[in-house]
Design a protein around this ligand. Structure first.
Ligand code: C5P
Length: 237
């Protein structure tokens, strides 16, 4: 199970990141680096993280023209990111270009090909917000499945989606397509701004390949204990 838990190091305090990574490294290989952590650590930290045995999910959610995203993804592949994401709404050509670029960069550098993920609809959006602000004729879940199918056809390895959408994505995209789910809240944690949520065990039960957990671990009084508790809940699924 420990390979299926990704801890989001959502802070721009370098000392905190160092402490959290050092504290969690024996039980949690995957760490997620978003803009906050990236802004203080940069790409130089990738070697440092991997030296500690961490795998890096670089969560910069690229969304730009195909040429730019291809270059961004190629660069981050060369620096050693193990998982990279982009907004699936950036378009089919953007995702295709990213795939080619990541594969080429990894091949040229003789390093592993990173997992590429498309972000569908953020887990902080609910049906009402989607209907009001996205101007789509579709239901939220239909849009998530549509974007997942686009990501798959474009050659991405999987998507980031809410645990509540795992079943329809599996049906549309098959068992090998990876589903990474944020929006995870143990019963004992605060919900915050997340809306489409489940507990860790429920996400695993529903078939998530990886779950992403940030605040319930990094803001806990004892992050190690919180991570262990979540791993236990995942194992009990
Ligand atoms: O603190 P919390 O557990 O809510 O953190 C979830 C993490 O997953 C955050 O870093 C957030 O940016 C990220 N994320 C998300 N929803 C998505 C994609 C990424 O919450 N659809």
């Amino acid at each position: 199970m420990k390979n299926r838990l990704i801890v989001a190091l959502d802070t721009d305090d370098g000392e905190d990141i160092d402490w959290l990574s050092g504290t969690l490294k024996d039980i949690v290989p995957w760490v997620k680096i978003g803009f906050q952590a990236f802004s203080v650590l940069g790409t130089e930290s990738f070697l440092w993280f991997s030296g500690r045995g961490h795998l890096i999910f670089l969560d910069l959610k690229f969304h730009d023209i195909p040429n730019t995203v291809a270059r961004d993804v190629g660069t981050m592949t060369r620096h050693g990111a193990n998982m990279i994401n982009m907004h699936a709404s950036g378009g089919f050509e953007m995702m295709q270009a990213a795939r080619i670029s990541a594969d080429d960069a990894a091949y040229d550098a003789g390093i592993p090909i990173p997992i590429l993920l498309g972000v569908t609809i953020l887990t902080s959006v609910d049906e009402e917000g989607f209907q009001t602000h996205f101007g789509s004729e579709r239901k939220l879940t239909e849009q998530v499945v549509y974007l997942a199918k686009q990501a798959k056809e474009a050659g991405l390895d999987g998507v980031v989606a809410s645990p509540l959408e795992i079943e329809p994505i599996r049906k549309a995209c098959g068992d090998k397509f990876l589903i990474v789910t944020p929006g995870i809240r143990p019963k004992w944690a605060e919900v915050g701004d997340q809306k489409r949520i489940t507990t860790p065990a429920e996400a695993i039960d529903r078939g998530a390949d990886y779950i992403v957990v940030g605040r319930p671990i990094i803001e806990a009084d004892d992050p190690l204990e919180a991570a262990e508790r979540i791993l236990d809940e995942m194992k009990g699924a």
